[in-house]
Design a protein around this ligand. Structure first.
Ligand code: ADP
Length: 262
């Protein structure tokens, strides 16, 4: 379990990106942070991993404590996988090498300079197999499609055997059908492994489809917190800043899934 207590973030530019918020994320739950661009989703996610320092309040992780010490942060990051919008892969390195970077936090500085041990490679190949890319393990990452690259990103996160995955707009740069397949894959892995997931999205239909819980943000404030079933027109308009009459709770169905993977 990870929770925030009156967590607040203001950037040095003066932007108050996150108003004090207290949220509790239970183990194994798949939470979607929903909000328009600039709502504060990324700031909240980064604060949950110490990549942004709170200007107020705190983040507490069960079994680790307050994320204020270097030691606490290190233990928390080791069990937290990050998935980013732009994958952040090393393009000229192979899929396998990219996934192996997910294991770096487990080794001392000197060990990271040596070739990876066989057990580490096996672990990485297993993670690659889970996202359906075993045949591409030795391929350069930049030769893969956007959807495949994001599956490598997921593989790099799960090779850490994380308790928590934080995903920042993981499908924002993918077409709807590919995005659906990538989210379905991420959701399936988190559920089968009992991984707590906090995933920011700006697409309402995906949030509805995959979340156990939706936290809606608008201008740095939490304006909705509940299951998708409770998200009606009024709540949607509060999140997106539209008038209720303009908000819609009906969305076109996404294209049917074709093939196995993106
Ligand atoms: P979202 O992920 O929902 O798009 P962000 O958390 O990225 O929202 O941004 C929230 C607000 O904070 C926005 O107004 C954005 O311009 C601002 N912001 C984000 N990162 C920084 C930063 N590093 N420095 C200054 N302002 C920032």
């Amino acid at each position: 379990m990870i929770r925030t207590e009156n967590l607040e973030v203001s950037y040095s530019s003066g932007t108050r990106a996150l108003h004090p918020c207290s949220l509790r994320f239970e183990d194994g739950a798949f939470t979607v942070l929903l909000g328009a661009s600039g709502a504060g989703k990324s700031t909240l996610l980064r604060a949950l991993n110490g990549l942004v320092t709170p200007t107020g309040g705190r983040v507490v992780v069960e079994g680790i404590g307050d994320l204020t010490t270097r030691r606490a942060l290190q233990s928390h990051r080791r069990r937290t996988g990050m998935v980013f919008q732009q994958h952040q892969l090393i393009g000229r390195s192979s899929v396998l090498q990219n996934v192996l970077t997910g294991r770096l936090g487990f080794h001392s500085g000197l060990r990271t300079l040596l070739p990876p041990a066989r057990a580490e490679k096996t672990r990485a190949l297993e993670a690659i197999e889970r996202v359906g890319l075993l045949d591409f393990a030795l391929r350069r990452a930049d030769q893969l499609s956007g959807g495949q690259q994001q599956r490598v990103g997921i593989s790099r996160a799960i090779v850490q055997q994380p308790a928590l995955i934080l995903a920042d707009e993981p499908v924002a740069s993918l077409d709807p059908a590919t995005a659906d397949r990538v989210l379905s894959l991420l959701h399936g892995i988190c559920k089968s492994d009992g991984i707590t997931a906090i995933v920011s999205l700006h697409q309402l239909d995906f949030a509805r489809r995959y979340s156990d819980r939706i936290v809606g943000l608008a201008q740095g404030a939490v304006v909705f917190d509940g299951p998708a079933a409770r998200l009606g027109k009024t709540e949607v308009s509060r999140i997106y800043g539209t008038k209720p009459a303009e908000a819609t709770d009906h969305f076109e169905p996404l294209p049917l899934k074709t093939g196995t993977y993106a």
